[in-house]
Design a protein around this ligand. Structure first.
Ligand code: ADP
Length: 306
């Protein structure tokens, strides 16, 4: 379990000496206790709506790269659906196709075959100009590196998503102030990104992603650059977006702790969905244990390298 979570035994057991024959059991137990504490209670979890509208639909999507005659199927026939108001995770080893898949869903890259529909619109058929507009209207992004503009204040960064849509100034102010208050960043709105902490920058990126009320929020390893406290805050914000704003979130992560906040997780391997997990009514702790179980099984098969 330690290796799956990338911490050493010494860090875990705080230097306590444990006899060899009890070591595995003790470390797994301590680790589980620590993580259960971190996961906290399940406020914010709401079951998936039944028969709800699909925000994202992929049908037999393939992406084949061809280099010097050799073909690589980075994505090999993926079909999936994401219902409005759900929080879905994509997990997989390095090279399994996560970035390729996300880039196609973000309409940055085109599939070799298959269809991708967002809010009912087939994005593969749109021209470059229409795509840029479509992205602005329907998608919100949260990246590991925040991607804020350093020459704009936090307020201006958040407002940008609405300014581009030519929303009236007064409405922009009301929307930015409302989301800033919900994310506890009102005090830093007039600062520049380089004047605030990493956690605050990421909360600003979250505000920017949700403020224009997009159909789908794409989060690419959003906790990757954060300390554990800020990572938890960010994941709770995503859960709050789902609960209070009925947002739909698709998050790519290699981290079981982050994934345990999702309602459903797809596990990728060699460009295919190998399996998936639904949280259903499970507690976050039980869901976390299920995720680790799948990661451990695929690690045993030699296919999971976090
Ligand atoms: P992940 O994000 O899970 O690490 P990627 O989507 O980056 O995986 O890559 C999936 C597969 O596609 C890998 O085998 C990778 O080498 C290959 N690949 C990705 N991008 C390209 C490209 N531009 N040209 C050729 N092969 C690529």
């Amino acid at each position: 379990m330690c290796s799956l979570l990338d911490i050493t035994l010494n860090e875990l057991l705080l230097g306590e000496v444990i006899p060899d024959d009890c070591l595995k059991e003790k470390s797994d137990q301590v680790l589980f206790d620590v993580i259960s504490g971190l996961l906290g209670n399940d406020k914010g979890y709401i079951p998936n709506p039944v028969n709800s509208e699909k925000v994202l639909e992929l049908e037999n999507v393939k992406k084949i790269y061809e280099e010097t005659g050799a073909k690589t199927a980075a994505i090999n026939g993926i079909s999936l659906e994401v219902a409005r108001g759900s929080f879905v995770g994509i997990m997989g080893a390095s090279g399994s196709g996560k970035s390729t898949l996300l880039n196609m869903i973000a309409a940055i890259d085109k599939p070799s075959s298959g269809t991708i529909k967002i809010d009912g619109q087939d994005v593969s058929g749109l021209t470059e100009e229409k795509l840029a507009d479509f992205r602005r209207q329907h998608l919100g992004f949260i990246f590991q590196e925040y991607n804020l503009l350093d020459t704009l204040t936090i307020y201006e960064n958040i407002a940008l998503a609405l300014t581009i849509k030519e929303t009236p100034k007064k409405e922009i102010r009301t929307a930015v102030e409302k989301i800033a208050e919900a994310l506890n960043i009102t005090d830093i709105l007039q600062k520049f990104p380089y004047e605030v902490s990493g956690g605050q920058r990421q909360r600003c990126a979250c505000a920017r992603a949700i403020v224009a009320n997009p159909g789908l929020i794409l989060a690419d390893e959003p906790t990757g650059a954060l300390d554990s406290h800020s990572a938890r805050q960010l994941l709770e914000i995503l859960v709050m977006f789902r609960r209070d704003y009925h947002a739909t979130i698709l998050m790519v992560t290699h981290d079981a702790f982050s994934a345990s906040y999702c309602d459903r997780i797809f596990f990728l391997k060699d460009g295919e969905i190998r399996t998936y997990l639904n949280r259903d009514g499970k507690s976050k702790q039980d869901f976390f244990a299920d995720i680790l179980d799948i990661m451990a099984k695929t690690a045993e098969e030699g296919s999971y390298v976090p």
